[in-house]
Design a protein around this ligand. Structure first.
Ligand code: TYD
Length: 133
C-alpha cells in the first residue's frame, strides 16, 4: 500500500552566510510546477483545507514556523507536523487534507502540478469518500 505521508527531504545548500533551498520541476519536485502559492498570517485557532482534489499533486513546505497536516485517503488518516524548511510533504490526488495548529509566523509554501481550478475541488467529505472508493 502507498504511504499516506511522504516527506521529501529538501537539500539545504547552505554555506557560512546561511541557508538556501532550490526546488526544480521533475527533480526535487516529482512533477512539473504550474503554480506556487503561500499561506501566511493565519489567525489563531484557524484550520484550513478540508478538501481533496481529483487531479492535483502538491508539495507543501513550512518555510518558517510550523503547522500540522492531517491526510486521509478514505481508508486511513495520518498526521505530520511540518516544522522545517527542508521537509516537503507530497500530497497526491484524492487525498483529503486539513491543516491545523498554524504558528503565528507560519509561511506555508505550496507547489502545485496544475493551475487553479475550483471544479477540481471536492469540498464535501462524504462526496470525497464516494470518489475515493
Ligand atoms: P482554498 O484552497 O479553499 O484554501 P485552503 O484550502 O487553504 O483553506 O482557497 C481559498 C481561496 O483562495 C478560494 O476562494 C480559492 C482561492 N484560491 C485561488 O484563487 N487560487 C489558488 O491557487 C488557491 C490555492 C486558492
Amino acid at each position: 500500500m502507498k504511504n499516506l505521508i511522504n516527506i521529501i527531504q529538501l537539500k539545504p545548500l547552505g554555506d557560512d552566510r546561511g541557508s538556501l533551498v532550490a526546488l526544480e520541476s521533475n527533480k526535487s519536485v516529482p512533477f512539473e510546477i504550474k503554480r506556487v502559492y503561500y499561506i501566511f498570517n493565519t489567525k489563531e485557532n484557524v484550520s484550513r483545507g478540508f478538501h481533496a482534489h481529483r487531479n492535483l499533486k502538491q508539495i507543501a513546505v513550512c518555510v518558517t514556523g510550523s503547522c500540522r497536516f492531517v491526510l486521509d485517503n478514505g481508508k486511513n488518516r495520518e498526521e505530520v507536523v511540518l516544522d522545517s524548511s527542508t521537509k516537503g510533504l507530497l500530497i497526491e490526488d484524492l487525498v483529503w487534507r486539513e491543516m491545523h495548529d498554524f504558528t503565528p509566523d507560519c509561511v506555508l509554501l505550496v507547489l502545485a502540478s496544475e493551475y487553479y481550478d475550483e471544479a477540481d475541488y471536492i469540498r464535501n467529505y462524504d462526496d470525497f469518500l464516494k470518489e475515493a472508493k
